[in-house]
Design a protein. Structure first.
Length: 212
């Protein structure tokens, strides 16, 4: 027979063990259910998007958007770079492309566009250049890690064409974005996401030079 003190010790050990077992189960469940770029691609490849019609297409696009929105920033960036995010894009109608782009824009990006719009042109240019630099560095790291980008079908340049960069800085990104086609919005998406990260990190609004 265990005395009272021994019983307390035994129950304490059992309780601690049970807690650790629950934590381990929770971690395994989290890893199993965590959305990844590979899982998004597997879903896309399991669906013959070209055979869908009507509300099925709308619902399937929304499911894809939800999966992309559930990705971590690193996995989301990977899905952009290897073409996973745009695997169905060329098969969408213009309206569907618009639906998809709007549904997958990061939370708060409209506030970022508004903040960018208030910047002087020179500061806009520096901000866009900084975002492009970050994207280029990320692509170089991806290549160095042996991951080859898969053609996305959006015809987007490696980072951003000079024409889009010029329009974004002179017209203003918010104005330019609102007037752009879904195709152009897709080309701008990586830049917008990078600028969103810059805003969250507190580096979007850069100090301007003192007026002479």
């Amino acid at each position: 027979m265990l005395n009272q003190r021994q019983r307390v010790v035994v129950w304490s050990v059992a309780a601690i063990t049970a807690i650790w077992v629950l934590v381990a189960i929770g971690c395994l469940f989290s890893q199993h259910t965590k959305m990844t770029a590979d899982k998004v691609r597997a879903y896309e490849e399991s669906v013959d998007f070209s055979r869908l019609s009507g509300t099925e297409r709308t619902q399937t696009i929304q499911i894809l958007a939800d999966k992309l929105n559930a990705l971590s920033p690193d996995e989301r960036q990977r899905a952009r770079q290897d073409g996973t995010a745009y695997l169905w894009f060329n098969g969408m109608t213009e309206a569907e492309k618009g639906q998809f782009i709007e549904a997958t824009m990061p939370t708060g990006f409209k506030q970022m566009l508004a903040a960018f719009e208030q910047m002087p042109e020179e500061r806009r240019r520096r901000t866009v250049d900084q975002a492009i630099k970050h994207l280029t560095e990320d692509q170089m790291r991806t290549a160095a890690n042996g991951r080859v980008a898969i053609q996305s079908g959006t015809n987007q340049p490696s980072v951003l064409s000079d024409e889009l960069r010029q329009k974004a800085t002179t017209i203003g990104l918010q104005t330019f974005y609102s007037q752009s086609s879904a195709q152009t919005k897709a080309e701008l998406a990586p830049l917008l996401e990078e600028m969103q990260r810059m805003m969250q990190n507190g580096t979007l609004v850069m100090r301007s030079r003192p007026q002479q």
